[in-house]
Ligand binder design. Structure first.
Ligand SMILES: N[C@@H](CCC(=O)N[C@@H](CS)C(=O)NCC(=O)O)C(=O)O
Length: 211
């Protein structure tokens, strides 16, 4: 069968999620390292964002679409349940993570540390500081969601957990967010178990550049 290609930079949380999806399903793939807005990426994503995917004649952009394709196309444990309610719960939490959690925790807070854009590369407090008071309530939402089963959506690991895992990895490396993580016992347990999960551990990118 034609081998899948994921195009993007390994540290990207969205690229990592697609790789977790492949690992969960046991799908072989090539990772072609590419930064946003490079020609191979912009040829597929109209805004030049990563990841993009190629599988034979199939070209896709947007990590959720890529993961859904992987889930439906290949055998292996389902990342989105078949039932209407279970599937909708996964969609609900994937949407929450991508449209509310990621913009605050990654685009604003974490990128203020990892890509500060300051002359001396020191953390960009102008971006980070306004996000800090919002981290606690945001992590508490996830902590409450984990109360029922220990997973974000339903009784087992799903795509919702795969979207959350890379972001939580980065939050665990930063001061204010790791303190918040420590305050949320269920999230902390989920985090430790999820980071040890083979699909997550085996795809973990190298550490970010030194600050
Ligand atoms: N909604 C997109 C978001 C992808 C995204 O924002 N990727 C980041 C890297 S983690 C990127 O390409 N940033 C460059 C940019 O926004 O121009 C998806 O889920 O694939």
């Amino acid at each position: 069968m034609t081998k899948l290609t994921i195009i993007g930079a390994a540290p990207s949380n969205f690229v990592w999620t697609c790789r977790i999806a492949c690992a969960e399903k046991g799908v072989e793939y090539d990772l072609v390292e590419a930064r946003p807005h490079t020609p191979g990426v912009s040829a597929i994503h109209p805004l030049g964002k990563i990841p993009v995917m190629r599988h034979g004649e199939v070209e896709l952009f947007e990590s959720k679409a890529i993961c859904s394709y992987i889930d439906r196309k290949f055998p292996g444990p389902g990342l989105i349940p078949a039932g209407a309610h279970g599937a909708a719960l996964v969609e609900q939490w994937v949407s929450f993570v991508t449209t509310s959690f990621d913009p605050l925790c990654m685009r604003q807070y974490a990128l203020g540390y990892f890509f500060p854009g300051t002359p001396d590369k020191s953390p960009n407090r102008a971006i980070i500081d306004p996000s800090v008071p919002k981290l606690g309530p945001m992590l508490a939402i996830i902590d409450r969601a984990l109360a029922a089963t220990g997973f974000l959506a339903g009784p087992s690991f799903t795509l919702a957990d795969a979207f959350l895992a890379p972001i939580m990895h980065y939050l665990s490396k930063l001061p204010e967010s790791s303190a918040e993580l420590a305050r949320n016992a269920r999230l902390n347990t989920w985090f430790e178990q999820t980071m040890a999960r083979p699909s997550v551990a085996s795809t973990m990118p190298p550490p970010p550049p030194a600050r």
